[in-house]
Design a protein around this ligand. Sequence first.
Ligand SMILES: CCCCCCCC/C=C\CCCCCC(=O)SCCNC(=O)CCNC(=O)[C@H](O)C(C)(C)COP(=O)(O)OP(=O)(O)OC[C@H]1O[C@@H](n2cnc3c(N)ncnc32)[C@H](O)[C@@H]1OP(=O)(O)O
Ligand SMILES: Cc1cc2nc3c(=O)[nH]c(=O)nc-3n(C[C@H](O)[C@H](O)[C@H](O)COP(=O)(O)OP(=O)(O)OC[C@H]3O[C@@H](n4cnc5c(N)ncnc54)[C@H](O)[C@@H]3O)c2cc1C
Length: 659
Amino acid sequence: MAVDHAAAEVDHLAAERAAARFDVEAMKIAWAGSRHAVDVADRMARLVASDPVFRKDNRTMLSRKDLFKDTLRKAAHAWKRIVELRLTEEEASLLRQYVDQPGYVDLHWGMFVPAIKGQGTEEQQKKWLPLAYKFQIIGCYAQTELGHGSNVQGLETTATFDPMTDEFVIHSPTLTSSKWWPGGLGKASTHAVVYARLITEGKDYGIHGFIVQLRSLEDHSPLPGVTLGDIGGKFGSGAYNSMDNGVLRFDHVRIPRDQMLMRLSQVTREGKYVQSDVPKQLLYGTMVYVRQSIVADASKALSRAVCIAVRYSAIRKQFGSQDGGPETQVLNYRTQQSRLFPLLASAYAFRFVGDWLNWLYTDVTQKLEVKDYSTLQEAHACTAGLKAVTTSATADAIEECRKLCGGHGYLNSSGLPELFAVYVPACTYEGDNVVLLLQVARILMKTVSQLTSGKQPVGTMAYMGKVQHLMQSKCAVKTEAFEARALRMAVNCAQNIGQASNQEEGFYERSPDLLEAAVAHIQLIIVTKFIEKVHQDIPGHGVKEQLQNLCNVYALYTLHKHLGDFLATGSLTPKQGALANEQLGKLYAQVRPNAVALVDAFNYTDHYLGSVLGRYDGNVYPALYEEAWKDPLNETVVPEGYHEYLRPLLKQQLKLSRL
Ligand SMILES: CCCCCCCC/C=C\CCCCCC(=O)SCCNC(=O)CCNC(=O)[C@H](O)C(C)(C)COP(=O)(O)OP(=O)(O)OC[C@H]1O[C@@H](n2cnc3c(N)ncnc32)[C@H](O)[C@@H]1OP(=O)(O)O
Ligand SMILES: Cc1cc2nc3c(=O)[nH]c(=O)nc-3n(C[C@H](O)[C@H](O)[C@H](O)COP(=O)(O)OP(=O)(O)OC[C@H]3O[C@@H](n4cnc5c(N)ncnc54)[C@H](O)[C@@H]3O)c2cc1C
């Protein structure tokens, strides 16, 4: 008798859900942060999913031009809905998230507005923000140039003050000074916050921000002296190609003096440069803000990939029966579990550390308002380091999820290729991950050098104050082993740098080791914040236990993956390392019955997930089959090109065979 495999697969997910040993609704709250957060997210996700304008299943088949126009249409429609429904800021931002199509709006809200808020005076905010809030202007963040991205101090664009006219003259003196990459610049933006070297009274005062109008508000044409366009197609089909990353050159473009963002420093009518009493690093404040958003974003991207891979692994069966009986769900293979469950645990780990980072950012911002700059370094180290570690891990994890889904994972309809292509530049934008980890390493070296002077490290570096204990102790398999590993790696680097002829040379020579020390420090933060989370009061049947398991999986997996560090620094013995691995295997067995419910707790709609493999109902095979027929290649039975290229070839073969 023919078995209806499709029906059997659907039942499988129902069976998986029934087997879960915890309250999924309560876990949704733990994941989202509150009942309110679940409800708002749910409402916005459904609003987007039910609106045909937000359809995205055909995205990878659109040409670049059509994709860009589709992005403009979606952005305009989203704005219309936001205004019509009088959505709050929280609701509007969630709605944009669920539209799930990178576009100029991300940079307008994500960087242009924050740059004006952070670096503009009150008057400047009063003038520019209402225009931006109503979309009467569209803005982008124009910092990176063709020749310089990571090295912000190396930017070449100039803003020279002309006291005769009370204006700045913005100029691109070389090809390499062309602004290159800013999202939204290529086709959509009317304005930009442009970073340029401020020159007044013949002196170069370094990089400052300026609001510059680029396009006419009448007909969108570039203003005189402005040359701009899109920089061209990017990695993957669909994906980040919906964004108009742009190029921009200035030929002596004049702007009024009051368009220099003057909260941090000013230029007077006479051309005098006046430095405020705030640290100049606040110029980098917008980047700090976006880096913390990117950490929150990492858990979203990772949880999407993991949700697809877990559901599909519960559906997919291979081997296990020689006599026609049911085959084994691939989720039951130990290898599948050991590749997938650490990623599931990482999604939760990044979610909680992201929440903590958001708290830290808010706290630092409040302190800055009362001129307390004491936590600026902590904010920089944590945002830079966590951005680097979480984005690298997430990009690798999405690719691993694709492999975990076998051949079908390679299809666009799995959603994974596009997710990867959209996500992977996060390792580069807002600071190349290596460059950011070296920033963390510099701060670690500074902290180690201050230990001898008796200065007690604070915040996430406080553990380094326990130097006597951590350098000597034999650690049990818990946070202390992570602390000892991170501290010992940092101290080793500092000792090696100390032997070099000078500090800079030593830092340069030891930079590969410094990267690893920085990663160890950041992983300690992630583990610590996860542990702090599970120590909180978490309501719901079995929820705390599940999170405890995932926390242990994250910690032990990280330990297993970096066992070399733990052994080399003597933070663990080989026996402890082996025991930890043993324990990890046991934890996977506990995660297994809960895996599907743990990804259900992310509460993603099928629309947002965008994957036939990750469908909530598990009805994978009919959906895959149906999806294939939608490909433009299947619009005709005989392909275009048959008469020109296939038929002559086939006829020729026929003639040859008759010879
Ligand atoms: C609605 C929400 C939206 C959220 C969106 C999420 C998803 C987004 C999706 C898509 C958007 C994509 C956006 C991408 C946009 C961009 O990429 S914008 C361009 C970003 N560019 C960079 O990140 C450049 C990276 N480079 C730098 O940041 C700096 O050049 C550097 C930090 C590497 C070096 O700076 P430099 O000035 O040369 O300084 P140093 O000598 O190294 O350091 C001097 C001191 O300053 C301290 N410091 C450095 N940075 C900061 C900071 N940000 N905050 C505070 N302090 C900082 C540093 O520790 C040194 O301190 P000491 O003097 O005490 O040692
Ligand atoms: C999709 C996307 C969107 C972007 N959006 C914007 C935007 O809206 N606005 C904007 O201004 N910019 C934007 N950017 C630019 C982005 O911020 C830069 O690309 C990023 O900061 C990296 O700089 P870079 O390209 O100069 O890389 P490079 O610094 O040239 O990196 C090349 C290599 O050199 C290494 N390297 C560099 N410096 C060091 C060092 N000191 N020590 C060791 N290794 C080093 C890096 O690790 C990397 O391997 C965007 C980029 C992308 C990809």
